[in-house]
Design a protein around this ligand. Structure first.
Ligand code: ACO
Length: 367
């Protein structure tokens, strides 16, 4: 035992995982050994099955799982009543965190037989988080839950509820891609928080509740909302360089920039940037997108001067895609959670294969 303190646990190995691999020095991310660039072209259901069950689905199986998730993505009458009682000023992340431990994770219909039965609760939770987010959105924005047509797919349901119209196949594909990109990321703060809760033998929904709290902060998942708010406050691309230089001089963190693991561009940002450009072009978000690009360019100049390896992360351009898909910034992190819950659940089961209470030491510094 040493008395050396490492508050941020930077570089400290605290366990093994076979779910995702973040190779920060070469800017590579993979889930179950498959590169994120390749996975981003697959269906969301196929990647959910890969991350959670370590299984590869045929196209037909992926369609079956998507339909199953869509139909499980409904709240029980009790869950709906709880949401209706909550103050509308509550942030969607607080609402997700409030609902997690009281979610009924029993499936209403049989789990497809190609998914192991012990994953039923995780699959239902993933389906229901999406229902919580769209229901909360509808209650806050429209004062009532949008009635959805029969037969919508899992992501289609969410986009329909947010926009009150049938989304294009192109938009559904874009949402699936964004959700795939953020499904797992090794021992990030939210996942590690969930593993700590799991280590006490708490159940899945309690563990996910812990993860949700960690994800909500602006140094983690909350950076998606914060990056768009930053771009809005800058106003236009021509103001970006001066804003960045002033921010860095005052030790203000640029939201969506920097990462504990990556010493290169986050591969997820590399996929999101052209998507964001494409979706924002010719829309009311084009200037916001151009402002983000100008901020990134200014950061490259400023960080290079200081010899710092700081690049855009997942959060930098994600919000621009979400906005173009009709998702307001207040809901960004909750949408992030709708995907990351799959990774959290995978870590919950992985941790429980070889569990041990996580309980570090503290150096007493009091009276
Ligand atoms: N803007 C300005 N300076 C930065 C930034 C940034 N975004 N990120 C790091 N730095 C600087 C720090 O000021 C520090 O400089 P110093 O050594 O001169 O004091 C140095 O780089 C190291 O920064 P730390 O914050 O110690 O690095 P850490 O590994 O703890 O931080 C973090 C990683 C929290 C992500 C950080 O880069 C940050 O705050 N970024 C902004 C928030 C953000 O985008 N979070 C989302 C991350 S992705 C995700 O969670 C899904």
């Amino acid at each position: 035992m040493t008395d050396e303190i490492n508050i941020g646990l930077e570089g400290v190995l605290v366990g093994k995982t076979a779910i995702s691999n973040v190779e920060g020095d070469i800017g590579r991310l993979s889930y179950r050994g498959k590169d994120i660039n390749e996975l981003s072209k697959q269906s969301l259901a196929a990647v959910i099955a890969l991350v959670l069950a370590d299984t590869e689905l045929s196209e037909t199986e992926a369609k079956t799982l998507d339909a199953w998730l869509a139909s499980e993505s409904e709240l029980s009458p009790v869950e709906l009543r709880v949401l209706e009682q909550l103050g509308r000023n509550l942030h969607p992340m607080a609402v997700l965190q409030a609902l997690a431990p009281i979610t009924d994770t029993k499936a209403r219909q049989p789990l497809p037989d190609f998914i192991p039965a012990h994953l039923e609760a995780a699959m239902v939770l993933a389906a229901k988080q999406s229902a919580v987010v769209r229901t909360w959105h509808n209650l806050c924005q429209f004062g009532a839950v949008v009635e959805l047509p029969e037969g919508l797919g899992f992501c289609e349901k969410l986009l329909y509820a947010f926009n009150r119209e049938q989304p294009s196949a192109h938009a559904v594909r874009a949402l699936e891609t964004v959700q795939i990109l953020q499904m797992d990321h090794s021992f990030n703060a939210g996942t590690f928080a969930g593993r700590v809760v799991a280590s006490t033998k708490a159940n899945l929904t309690a563990s996910v509740g812990g993860s949700l709290g960690a994800l909500s902060g602006p140094l983690h998942g909350g950076a998606d909302e914060a990056a768009v708010m930053m771009a809005r406050s800058i106003g236009s691309p021509d103001k970006a360089a001066a804003w960045v230089s002033d921010a860095l001089a005052n030790k203000v963190k640029i939201m969506g920039m920097g990462h504990r693991e990556y010493r290169r561009l986050d591969p997820r940002a590399g996929i999101l940037k052209p998507m964001a450009r494409h979706f924002c072009e010719g829309t009311q978000y084009q200037e916001l997108m151009e402002t983000l690009v100008a901020v990134e360019e200014a950061c490259q100049v400023e960080f290079a001067k200081k010899d710092k390896e700081i690049y855009a992360n997942l959060e930098f351009y994600k919000g621009a895609v979400y906005l173009a898909l009709g998702i307001e910034e207040r809901f960004f992190t909750a949408l992030f959670a709708c995907s990351r819950v799959v990774g959290w659940a995978a870590h919950f089961y992985e941790f429980n294969q070889d569990p041990r209470l996580i309980r570090p030491r503290a150096l007493y510094a009091g009276k």
